[in-house]
Design a protein around this ligand. Structure first.
Ligand code: PRP
Ligand code: ADE
Length: 139
């Protein structure tokens, strides 16, 4: 079943509480960058990045980012897709948080982790608003 988060966004208190839970958890983790994944990760990530003082780094679908990018393919429940990041957005040794709205198979998060590790960054934690435990995890 498709999980829709727009009802959460329409309720100001619930939206604020959701962002606050992430901010409370992440503010002392010494993370310099917060990765957000297009498109629905952008609904939560920027507020969290600003509140914890981390650099906002968007991971986007192909051909949306300017400059030199690296690309990582991943499996979806049906088919494959690609995530791209700008190579100069992340430096060796950066401590990174990854924020997205939802994890289903984990394929998207796994691709984001591979991109960061390929640049020598350290992934401190991945956080999502919704988890779908009934979906088969892609190894
Ligand atoms: O754990 P997974 O099986 O990888 O699925 C989770 C991903 O699926 C959704 O994005 P989608 O690719 O539908 O794109 P959107 O955010 O642009 O709607 C969601 O926002 C996550 O990024
Ligand atoms: N069941 C689902 N609902 C919403 N977004 C998704 N992304 C992957 N699976 C999803």
């Amino acid at each position: 079943m498709f999980q829709d988060i727009t009802t959460l966004l329409l309720d100001h208190t619930t939206f604020q509480d959701t962002v606050d839970i992430f901010v409370d958890r992440y503010r002392n983790m010494d993370a310099g960058i917060a990765i957000e994944i297009e498109a629905r990760g952008f609904m939560f990530g920027p507020s969290i990045a600003l509140a914890i003082g981390a650099k906002f780094v968007p991971f986007r679908k192909p051909r949306k980012l300017p400059g030199k990018v690296i690309c990582e393919e991943y499996e979806l429940e049906y088919g494959t897709d690609c995530l791209e990041m700008q190579v100069d957005a992340v430096q060796q040794g950066d401590r990174a948080l990854i924020v997205d709205d939802l994890v289903a198979t984990g394929g998207t998060l796994s691709a984001a982790i591979r991109l960061l590790e390929c640049m020598g960054a350290q992934v401190v934690e991945c956080g999502c608003v919704v988890g779908l435990p009934e979906v088969k995890v892609i190894g």
